[in-house]
Design a protein. Structure first.
Ligand code: ATP
Length: 270
């Protein structure tokens, strides 16, 4: 576990959300802190996406509060929450298909744009310099996720794994303080997953608070500083990855066995 003791940037308390009789999320607390990766895992239908939607303003919770850097963001719409520094990615990548990879990332920098239509039609040298800086930053973001070589290609020309990395780059382009990643490893092959893992560690090192929903338990237990396990909408366990791995209740909920979660499959592992 990381020794970092910085205060949580994102703090959610008592989050609940029902769909009819289904308590999708039931009184869950969660935090995310700068320079740390916090993960949320749990079996299908455990409430992970519903929790993400509540945190990011995409679907209001029935109860609970969410604060970002001490400010109550519980009832704010997603675009206001994004402007305050909490950005999310989606399970299904949503690129702009008629724009290149670089342009897609550039579009993600919009939160920092100042120009407006006047600046676009009559760009002053200052506006041009600001644009050049955004292009440079977007290239650096692409490099961080290993996609710089694809900058002039179109999303439809990318492999599934590259599309996921592009989705993350688009999120990073907004320079979030808190980045919510919804199943970033879904559909990735082994090589792409290790590229993703490197990117996650770089994002953490940059001081961003990362909240990760992910089915790849091996990946989660390798990269996370803290893990929250949901089961049927409720918090089952919360702790350091090594404790989660050994916890019989987690193994039972997740794998239907009380054996500990198997150790990460290194070379030649099962
Ligand atoms: N819009 C909705 N309408 C009705 N029920 C919903 C809705 N969204 C989610 N649910 C239900 O809420 C529960 C939690 O779903 P959720 O998608 O949050 O789980 P999850 O942990 O993200 O699952 P998965 O790992 O399969 O993505 C499930 O029982 C699901 O069927």
């Amino acid at each position: 576990m990381s020794a970092t003791t910085s205060a949580p940037l994102l703090q959610a308390r008592g989050i609940s959300k029902s769909f009819g009789a289904v308590k999708a999320v039931d009184d869950v607390d969660i935090t995310a802190s700068p320079g740390r990766i916090s993960a949320v895992i749990g079996p299908n239908g455990a409430g992970k996406t519903t929790l993400f939607n509540a945190l990011s303003g995409f679907s209001a919770a029935d109860a609970g509060t969410v604060t970002l850097d001490g400010r109550d963001i519980t009832s704010l719409p997603p675009h206001r929450i994004a402007r305050l520094g909490l950005v999310r990615t989606f399970q299904t990548a949503r690129p702009l298909r008629t724009a290149t990879v670089l342009e897609n990332v550039l579009a993600g920098t919009y939160l920092h744009g100042r120009g407006g239509i006047g600046a676009a039609l009559f760009p002053t040298p200052r506006v041009r310099r600001a644009e050049a800086a955004l292009v440079e930053r977007s290239r650096a973001t692409l490099a961080a996720v290993g996609l710089l070589a694809e900058q002039d290609r179109y999303p439809d020309e990318l492999a599934a794994g590259q599309l996921r990395l592009l989705e993350i780059a688009r999120g990073l382009a907004a320079e979030p303080r808190v980045l919510l990643l919804d199943e970033p490893a879904a559909g990735l092959n082994k090589v792409e997953t290790s590229r993703l893992e490197e990117s996650l560690l770089e994002i953490r090192a940059s001081g961003t608070a990362v909240l990760l929903v992910e089915h790849d338990v091996d990946l989660v237990l390798r990269v996370s500083d803290h893990v929250t396990v949901l089961d049927f909408g409720r918090l089952l366990r919360s702790g350091a990855p090594e404790d989660i791995r050994r916890d019989p209740a987690v193994a039972a909920a997740y794998f239907g066995t009380e054996d500990p979660v198997p150790a990460p499959s290194d070379e030649g592992g099962a």
